[in-house]
Design a protein around this ligand. Structure first.
Ligand SMILES: [Fe+2]
Length: 243
């Protein structure tokens, strides 16, 4: 099997955990940012669905610009470079090189997947950011956590307690249809916890996501980010995956 076949859009869509919604909407619609480059199916930086300053005061425009243009772009660039090296290593039958590249692919590919989800998890207040989920997801949150407030408290506590860098997730288990709060280290995407785990909401707790505005006070960032959470997106993914 060629690498072109291995790294198809379908495969990466599945790896992102976005599942059929992404497939139905197309990668551009959900910001997965895949495109053809140099003969490989390469990743590309997706556009943000809002202006850099549109999430203020919860997240500053300066943070959003750097986060998107520098950090996410670096994951995309490094992931594509690693894929190119992988293709060469496979073509040469260089097994040590193939194995050596797995870390870079996981870290940078994970960074691309996670940030592509994260941008869609945010929404300006004037466009409905922070409006609580209604209908099916709202009921499921009440059932599995007691209330939305209890879920927020749990995610904030687990996000604040996460050592070093990583992500805190509201996850859906496609098998049991249960919601849970999960954390992953570094840039590990939620799918590393199982193909059945679907990310409804992921919050980036790397310092680069908040330090310029909140310094070392991660709990304040976590407290304020709920003002710009896009529950409509989470609800759409939930309804698609539980249909
Ligand atoms: Fe980030």
């Amino acid at each position: 099997m060629s690498l072109r076949t291995l790294f198809t859009k379908k495969a990466l869509t599945r790896a992102s955990g976005l599942g059929p919604l992404a497939a139905a909407a197309g990668d551009r619609g959900l910001g997965l940012g895949l495109g053809q480059a140099r003969g490989l199916t390469a990743a590309s930086l997706p556009d943000l669905p809002y202006d850099y300053g549109a999430l203020e005061p919860a997240i500053s425009g300066e943070i959003m610009r750097l986060h998107h243009q520098r950090h996410h772009q670096a994951y995309v660039t490094n992931y594509n470079n690693a894929l190119e090296q992988l293709e060469a290593a496979v073509a040469k039958g260089d097994a040590p090189a193939v194995v050596r590249l797995q870390g870079a692919i996981k870290f940078n590919g994970g960074g691309h997947i996670n940030h592509s989800i994260f941008w869609n998890n945010l929404k300006p207040v004037k466009e409905g950011g922070g409006e609580p989920p209604h209908s099916a997801l709202g009921w499921a949150i009440d059932t599995d956590f007691g209330s939305l407030e209890a879920l927020v408290q749990k995610m904030n506590a687990e996000g604040a307690a996460l050592q070093g860098s990583g992500w805190v997730w509201l996850a859906l288990d496609k098998g049991s249809k249960k919601l849970s709060v999960e954390t992953t280290a570094n840039q590990d995407p939620l799918v590393t916890k199982g193909l059945h785990m679907v990310p409804l909401l992921g919050i980036d707790v790397w310092e680069h996501a908040y330090y310029l505005q909140y310094k070392n006070v991660r709990p304040d960032y976590l407290k304020n980010i709920w003002d710009v959470i896009n529950w409509k997106y989470a609800s759409e993914v939930y309804e698609k995956e539980t249909a």
